[in-house]
Design a protein around this ligand. Structure first.
Ligand code: LMR
Length: 410
C-alpha cells in the first residue's frame, strides 16, 4: 500500500536523482585542451607551443638545479607535515614581498601578503577581497588578456569592464585607447595590469607609458591590481618589476597576484602569493584578517611543498646564486629565440620587441588550424604561441611554416 509518507520519500528520491540534470555540458578550457591534443598526435616532429611552459634548447622542461637541491634538503630536514596555517609559509611570503615590491618591502607595515595555490589562487583571492570590500567596484581588464582572467576573476562576482589593449593585426599596444577607457573609471575602481611579459601578447608598456598609467591612477583614485606571473623572464627580476612598482608607488592601495610557477619552473606545485598594500598599518591588518577568512572558505590552507622549496633556495646563498644564473639563462634563451624568429621576415620583427613567453601571430584561426593539421604545430586559437616552447632544432621549421601563412599586406 502506498502511503503519503512513501510517496513523499519517492518524490524526494527522484528530486535527488535529478540534481545533475540541471547541468549543461561545458567546452573544456581552450588552452588546457591543447595538452591533450598534442599528446594524441603521433607525429614525432610535432611542436607544442600551447601552454606556457619553458623548454630548453633540446625541448625539455627539466627541474631547475637549485630546485632539485632544495627538494633534497627539504626531504632530509623536514620533521613534520603538520598544518602551517592559513597564511602558508610566512618566510616565503616575506621573501616574495621583497621580490615584488623591492628590497626592504617586507618590513613595510602597510603591505600584507598570503601564500596562495599558484597565481590563480592569488587572483581569485584578490577578486574575492575586492568584492567583499566594495561590491560596486569594477575591474578594468585590457583585451586580449589571458583567457582565464575573466572567468577566474568574474566568478568572484566583481563587475568587469573590458577595454582595448593590443591590436593583434597591427601588432602594437593600443595605449591611447586604453588610457581613454581608464579615464572613464570611477575612483575606487581597479585596473588589472600585467606586471611584465604580457600574456597573451608579449607586448608590455614602455617606461613612459607606465609612468602615464601611474599618473592617471593617482589622479583618478584608481587601484592597481597587478598580475605578475613571469617576473624575471622578460629582462630580469628587477627590470620586470620596475613599471609595476611605479604604479604601486603612485597609489595608496594596490593588489599584486604573484606566481613562482614559471620563474622557478615549479608549475605543477602551484606556488603563488597575494600581496596587498593598504593606506596604513591598521587598514593593512584589517585586510589581512579578511584575506585569512576568505582563504579559509576557499582552500583553507595552501599546499606547502613548492613554497618551501622556493624559500630554501632564496635563503641559501649558493642555491640563490644558481637559481639567478638559471633564470638568466632562461631569459636569455627566450630573447635569442625571439631574435631568431624576427629575423625570418620583417613582418615578424615585432616579436623581438616583446617580452616573456608569448606573442600573437597575426594569421587568424584558419591558419592556426592549418598549422596544427598539416605541420603538427600547436598553439592557442588566438594565434598565441609559446616562444619558450621552441627548441633549437624546430625554430626554423616553425618560422618557415608561419611565414608561408602571413598575410601579404601586413
Ligand atoms: C598559460 O597561459 O599558458 C599558462 O598561464 C598556463 C595556464 O594556466 O593557462
Amino acid at each position: 500500500m502506498i502511503t503519503e509518507g512513501t510517496a513523499m520519500a519517492d518524490m524526494e528520491q527522484r528530486e535527488r536523482a535529478r540534481l545533475f540534470e540541471g547541468l549543461n555540458p561545458q567546452p573544456g578550457d581552450s588552452l588546457l585542451a591543447i595538452i591533450g591534443m598534442v599528446r594524441r598526435d603521433p607525429r614525432p616532429d610535432k611542436i607544442d607551443l600551447g601552454v606556457g611552459v619553458y623548454r630548453d634548447a633540446a625541448g625539455n622542461t627539466p627541474i631547475l638545479r637549485a630546485v632539485k637541491k632544495a627538494e633534497r634538503i627539504l626531504n632530509e630536514t623536514q620533521e613534520t607535515k603538520a598544518y602551517l596555517g592559513g597564511e602558508g609559509d610566512v618566510r616565503f611570503v616575506e621573501l616574495m614581498k621583497d621580490m615584488v615590491f623591492g628590497a626592504g618591502a617586507s618590513s613595510d607595515p602597510r603591505i600584507v601578503g598570503l601564500q596562495t595555490p599558484g597565481g590563480c589562487g592569488a587572483l581569485r583571492l584578490g577578486a574575492e577581497l575586492i568584492r567583499t570590500a566594495n561590491p560596486n567596484a569594477r575591474i578594468f581588464v585590457g583585451q586580449p588578456t589571458w583567457p582565464n582572467h575573466v572567468p577566474l576573476i568574474g566568478s568572484a562576482g566583481v563587475g568587469l569592464v573590458e577595454h582595448p589593449y593590443y591590436d593583434c593585426e597591427g601588432r602594437r599596444v593600443l595605449f591611447d585607447e586604453m588610457m581613454a577607457a581608464l579615464e572613464t573609471a570611477r575612483a575606487g575602481d581597479l585596473v588589472l595590469l600585467h606586471g611584465c611579459c604580457h600574456n597573451p601578447a608579449g607586448a608590455d608598456l614602455n617606461a613612459d607609458q607606465w609612468q602615464a598609467v601611474a599618473d592617471l591612477v593617482a589622479r583618478r583614485g584608481l587601484i592597481p591590481f597587478i598580475d605578475m606571473a613571469y617576473q624575471g623572464l622578460g629582462h630580469g627580476l628587477e627590470e620586470d618589476a620596475a613599471g609595476a612598482r611605479l604604479v604601486i608607488a603612485a597609489a595608496d592601495q594596490a593588489l599584486v597576484a604573484h606566481s613562482n610557477d614559471k620563474n622557478f619552473g615549479v608549475y605543477r606545485d602551484r606556488v603563488g602569493s597575494l600581496h596587498v598594500k593598504a593606506a596604513d598599518e591598521s587598514q593593512a591588518q584589517t585586510v589581512y584578517s579578511n584575506l585569512m577568512v576568505i582563504a579559509r572558505t576557499i582552500w583553507s590552507m595552501p599546499p606547502d611543498h613548492g613554497a618551501a622549496v622556493v624559500r630554501i633556495i632564496l635563503d641559501t646563498p649558493e642555491l640563490a646564486a644558481d637559481w639567478h644564473a638559471e633564470l638568466a639563462e632562461m631569459c636569455a634563451r627566450i630573447r635569442s629565440l625571439r631574435a631568431r624568429i624576427a629575423g625570418f621576415d620583417p613582418r615578424l620583427a615585432y616579436i623581438n620587441e616583446q617580452n616573456g613567453m608569448f606573442s600573437i601571430l597575426p594569421i587568424g584561426g584558419a591558419a592556426v588550424a592549418d598549422l596544427r593539421e598539416k605541420e603538427g604545430i600547436y598553439m592557442a586559437n588566438s594565434g598565441r604561441f609559446n616562444v619558450a616552447g621552441l627548441s633549437d632544432d624546430n625554430v626554423e621549421r616553425f618560422a618557415r611554416a608561419v611565414v608561408a601563412r602571413l598575410p601579404e599586406n601586413l
